[in-house]
Write a protein that binds this ligand. Structure first.
Ligand SMILES: Cc1ncc(COP(=O)(O)O)c(C=O)c1O
Length: 541
C-alpha cells in the first residue's frame, strides 16, 4: 500500500475513517466496563474542542508557546493541590500513567546514582498488584524488580512483607492508590514510615485512583491517606485521562520537591541541532491533552466531580451487593474504587466473559498469577451507572448457563506440549504452531476469547509473555494490497505562504501577509514568484 499519488477530498477521507470504525465496540452505550472513561457527551465535547484548539502547538520548547507552559503549570498546580502537595511540589504533565511511572523510576534511579554510586544494581520493591508499567520501567531503565505478595484476603501489601525484602541495593518502594486489578489502596502511611526509616524513595501509583479517591474520602469513605501529605511519600502519579475524563494522553507525575524532579530531566548538548532539555520521555509534546485536561477540570469543576463520585460510589456498592447475591460468584477483596474483581469457584470465568460480551457488555478478563486466581474485572464509569441492574440481571442469567470450571482440552494440550519449554530456545515455526493452536492467528482479535484466555492462563509467565510478543508482532501486519481511497476527485494544494485560510479547506487567502518586516518580505517574495510564473521563467531554487 502506497501513499496515494493525489490527495482526496475531506469527505472521502472522513467517510473512509468512519468505515475503519465499523468493527469497533461502541463504548458510548454505557455497557463497557474497561478501557474508556465516559462522563457523557458534554464533557467529551469540551475536552475535544480544547484539544483541537491546541493540537498543533508544541511543548518541545517551553519558551516558544507561553500558553502551553502556562497550561501545563496550571494543570499540574491543580493536581498538586488535589493530592496534598505544598509550595515545594514540582510536577510534569505526561502522556499517561506509564510515562509518569517511567519518570518516577528514572528519578529514583538517577537520584541514587548521584547519592549512592556504590549501588550498581538498583532494586525497587513492588507489590504483585502494582501496575505492569513498573515492570516496563524496570525493563527500560535496568532496575531490578523485587515482588512483594499481598495479603490474600485484603489484596493490600503489608509493610512487614516489604521490610523483609529491603536490601542494601533497594532504592524505591511502591504502593498503589489504588491498584488496577482489585481497586484496593495499599497502606501508604506504613510504607512511608518504612521509606523514611531506610532512607528510600516511595512512589504512590495514583494513576487510576488519585483523582477519584479524594472525592470518596470527602464523602466519608474509609480510605487510608495516600497522597503527598503522607510522611515518606516522595512522588505520586495521577492520570487525568481516567476518572478526570480528560483526553487520552493526559497524566501527571508530582515530586515532593524540585530537587527530586531534577533527576527526571534530560538535557543534551552533544548533537548539532536545537537545544534539547526535556522533562518527560517525549520531546515534541502535543499541547492538545494539556488544553483538554485544563478545559475539562474547569468545565466539570469540584461540584461536578463530587456528584460523579457519589453516583459511582452508589453504583459500585450496588454491584458488589448484586455480585454477592449470585451464588456462583465470589468478590475478591473490598475495593476502595469503582474497580471490582470477582471470580467463580465453580464456573469458568472466561466463558462468563464471552457470554456477557455476546449480550453487548464489555467486561475484562484478568489471568491467574501464582496463587491469585483468574477473575473478571469491572471499571465502573458514570455512563455505566444507569445500566447497573440490567448488567447484574444478565450476569446472573449467564452464570446459570455457562459451563463448569474447567480449562479447555486445548489449553491442557498446549500446556502439556509447550508449558515446560524455555521460550528463548523456541523457533519461529513452534511459535507459529502455538499461535495457531491458541486460535490467535489472523488479523484482529477473535470474538470468543475463552480458549485463548484458558491457554494463557495455564502457561508459565515467561512463555505467555513471549507468546504475546509473537502474537503482537504478527497483529501489526501492514496491509500490502490496494490503497485505501479510490482515485481522488480533487487534488490537495499545499499552503503557499502566510495568511492561509484554514476555514476554507484547501483554498488559501493569498492576499494577506502578516504585518511587519517579515510580512513585507514574504509578500515581496510571493509577488516575485508570481511574476516569474507569469513570464514562464524558472523559479529560483
Ligand atoms: C494503577 C495504574 N497504574 C498505571 C496505569 C497505566 O496507565 P496508562 O495506561 O495511562 O499508561 C494504569 C492503567 O490502567 C493503572 O490502573
Amino acid at each position: 500500500m502506497k501513499i496515494p499519488q493525489q490527495g482526496s477530498t475531506r469527505d472521502e477521507v472522513f467517510d473512509q475513517l468512519e468505515k475503519f470504525t465499523g468493527h469497533d465496540y461502541d463504548w458510548r452505550t454505557g455497557k463497557c466496563y474497561a478501557y474508556t472513561f465516559d462522563a457523557g457527551d458534554e464533557a467529551e465535547k469540551v475536552a475535544k474542542d480544547a484539544f483541537m484548539r491546541f493540537m498543533s502547538k508544541n511543548a518541545l520548547d517551553p519558551t516558544f508557546f507561553p500558553s502551553v507552559l502556562e497550561l501545563e503549570n496550571r494543570v499540574v498546580a491543580m493536581c498538586a493541590a488535589h493530592l496534598g502537595g505544598d509550595a515545594g511540589t514540582a510536577g510534569t504533565f505526561t502522556s499517561g500513567g506509564t510515562e509518569s511511572i517511567i519518570l518516577a523510576v528514572k528519578t529514583a534511579r538517577d537520584y541514587f546514582r548521584a547519592k549512592r554510586p556504590d549501588i550498581t544494581t538498583p532494586e525497587m520493591i513492588l507489590p504483585v498488584t502494582a501496575h505492569a508499567a513498573f515492570h516496563k520501567a524496570a525493563h527500560y531503565l535496568d532496575v531490578k524488580v523485587v515482588l512483594a505478595d499481598v495479603n490474600p484476603d485484603t489484596f493490600r501489601v503489608e509493610a512487614e512483607t516489604v521490610r523483609r525484602l529491603i536490601t542494601p541495593s533497594t532504592i524505591l518502594l511502591v504502593g498503589s492508590a489504588s491498584c488496577y486489578a482489585y481497586g484496593t489502596v495499599d497502606p501508604i502511611p506504613d510504607l512511608g514510615r518504612l521509606a523514611l526509616d531506610h532512607g528510600l524513595l516511595l512512589h504512590v501509583d495514583g494513576c487510576i485512583g488519585g483523582f477519584l479517591l479524594p472525592f470518596f474520602k470527602e464523602a466519608g469513605a474509609d480510605i487510608p491517606d495516600f497522597d503527598l501529605s503522607v510522611p515518606g511519600v516522595t512522588s505520586i502519579s495521577m492520570d487525568l485521562h481516567k476518572y478526570a475524563y480528560a483526553p487520552k494522553g493526559s497524566s501527571v507525575v508530582l515530586h515532593k520537591n524540585a530537587d527530586l524532579r531534577r533527576h527526571q530531566i534530560f538535557a543534551c548538548a552533544t548533537w548539532t541541532g536545537y537545544t534539547i532539555v526535556n522533562t518527560s520521555v517525549q520531546s515534541t509534546k502535543g499541547a492538545g491533552p494539556m488544553a483538554g485536561s485544563w478545559a475539562v477540570l474547569n468545565f466539570i469543576g469540584r461540584d461536578g466531580y463530587e456528584e460523579i463520585a457519589r453516583n459511582l460510589w452508589d453504583a459500585t456498592a450496588r454491584i458488589k451487593e448484586g455480585l454477592e447475591a449470585i451464588p456462583q460468584l465470589r468478590l475478591l477483596g473490598d475495593s476502595d474504587m469503582p474497580l471490582i474483581a470477582f471470580t467463580s469457584d465453580t464456573l469458568n470465568v472466561f466463558h462468563i466473559i464471552d457470554a456477557m460480551n455476546a449480550k453487548g457488555w464489555h467486561i475484562q478478563a484478568q489471568l491467574k498469577y501464582e496463587r491469585h486466581s483468574e477473575c473478571i474485572h469491572l471499571s465502573v464509569n458514570p455512563s455505566n451507572v444507569e445500566h447497573t441492574d440490567a448488567m447484574l440481571r444478565d450476569l446472573r442469567a449467564v452464570c446459570d448457563q455457562v459451563t463448569a470450571k474447567r480449562g479447555s482440552n486445548l489449553a491442557k494440550a498446549v500446556s502439556t506440549m509447550f508449558g515446560g519449554l524455555n521460550p528463548d530456545r523456541l523457533n519461529d515455526t513452534i511459535f507459529k504452531k502455538m499461535i495457531g493452536m491458541a486460535g490467535m492467528e489472523g488479523v484482529g482479535v477473535p470474538e470468543k476469547m475463552a480458549d485463548i484466555n484458558d491457554i494463557m492462563n495455564v502457561l508459565p509467565p515467561n512463555l505467555s509473555e513471549r507468546l504475546l510478543v509473537e502474537f503482537i508482532n504478527r497483529l501489526f501486519d501492514q496491509p500490502k494490497g490496494a490503497d485505501d481511497l479510490p482515485a481522488p476527485a480533487r487534488a490537495y494544494r499545499p499552503p503557499r505562504g502566510p495568511g492561509a485560510d484554514v476555514g476554507s479547506g484547501n483554498g488559501h487567502a493569498r492576499d494577506q501577509a502578516p504585518a511587519g518586516v517579515a510580512g513585507a518580505a514574504m509578500a515581496f517574495a510571493r509577488n516575485l514568484r508570481d511574476r516569474l510564473v507569469d513570464l514562464g521563467l524558472p523559479l529560483p531554487r
